[in-house]
Write a protein that binds this ligand. Structure first.
Ligand code: SAM
Length: 345
């Protein structure tokens, strides 16, 4: 069979529209779960196209809801679609879809934040990390309060080659609040440059594909939505452990409008702060007066390497948290004040 004929054979038979499915199964969107559905198949097709060719692909769709995007994934020729949905109300409509595409849809009723995706697919689909990405894709239109913690968790999984990345450099196509999508892809010097930009771009090639106006969703969310595509890098831009990189980047952006040394200084205990901050910046050859948003990925690489060296030299530095030091200080002050009051009384 010609390739286009094979794809046509994989197309779904006529089904009720997603709007009809929602009515049929009484699937009211739950505000609590931030549910906003996409009913327009041209849009779900467009999102799915951003993933690249899905011919014979394995796909994990996160948060399928009533299954609009699942239909687009199936119509794009995916051979095996594993859907992970937290809300049990959607399971019957997903089962209907599974019956329409025999052997191609597997349904997991669960939470993507805890789901072990490394167990969801056969090991033989894996590719070596340095090779081309495997024919496995993660696609999803999740609530924003899930997609941001999830991408942080998955960036860490990239660093350990676990979860979806136990199969190689699995590509992700996910939706975010438009502003978050802009932060994920923001370049050095831009207004949106943030901790998320540096973390994402350290581990992935990130592309902000297009924006979907909020009015395309039912019910309409307050914000517009960005579709972002991630391809894990064969070699992360920074070679230090994920926790160290995350801590460094978080501190660097602590005071985003101030000079970068202000935030970086908080990596060190108060008693040695000026000397160690100076040493860090000197070792990394970074100008202390650059703003956090002006720091490039090579700057962060040099800072992470220098901070790694300081942590190796000085016991306890890696686990130092300035907020904890401040909390203990406040506690001691309170105790001292209470002691003084008792003495006076
Ligand atoms: N993908 C569908 C669409 O585009 O119309 C639904 C989108 S709706 C914004 C998000 C979906 O993710 C809902 O079906 C919701 O129940 C599901 N969901 C929310 N949190 C989840 C989680 N932690 N794990 C799996 N699914 C989740």
């Amino acid at each position: 069979m010609a390739a286009s004929g094979k794809l046509a054979a994989l197309r779904l038979p006529p089904l009720p529209t997603i709007g009809e499915i929602i009515k049929l199964y009484n699937l009211r969107a739950e505000k609590q779960l931030s549910q906003n559905f996409l009913l327009d198949m041209r849009l779900t097709d467009k999102i799915v196209r951003q993933a690249g060719s899905l011919k014979d692909a394995h796909v994990c769709e996160v948060g399928p809801g009533p299954g609009g995007m699942t239909r687009s994934i199936l119509n794009a020729g995916a051979a095996d679609v594993l859907v992970v949905e937290k809300d049990s109300r959607f399971i019957p409509s997903l089962k209907l879809l599974a019956e329409a595409a025999p052997g191609r849809v597997r349904i997991v009723h669960g939470d993507i934040l805890t789901y072990r995706m490394d167990r969801g697919f056969k090991p033989d689909i894996a590719k070596k990390w340095e090779d081309e990405p495997p024919n496995l894709h993660v696609i999803g239109n999740l609530p924003f309060n899930v997609s941001t913690p999830l991408i942080i968790k998955w960036l860490e999984s990239i660093s350990t080659r676990s979860g979806p990345f136990a199969f190689g450099r699995t590509r992700l196509t996910l939706t975010f609040q438009k502003e978050v999508a802009e932060r994920l892809t923001a370049s050095t010097g831009s207004r949106q440059r943030s901790r998320l930009s540096v973390m994402a771009q350290t581990y992935c090639t990130v592309k902000n594909c297009f924006t979907i106006p909020g009015k395309a969703f039912v019910p309409k969310p307050e914000v517009d939505v960005g579709v972002v595509h991630f391809t894990p890098l064969a070699q992360p831009q920074i070679q230090q452990p994920f926790n160290l990189v995350e801590k460094l980047v978080k501190n660097a952006f602590q005071f985003r409008r101030k000079h970068c040394f202000r935030g970086l200084a908080m990596l060190f205990p108060e008693a040695e702060r000026p000397e160690l901050t100076q040493e860090l910046l000197r070792r990394a050859c970074v100008e202390p007066t650059l703003r956090p948003t002006e720091l490039t990925i090579p700057h962060f690489r040099a800072l992470a390497d220098a901070y790694g060296q300081l942590c190796a030299r000085q016991q306890g530095l890696a686990s130092y948290e300035f907020r904890e030091e401040q909390r203990l200080k406040r506690l001691h002050r309170k105790r001292d004040d209470a002691g003084a009051a008792t003495t006076v009384g």
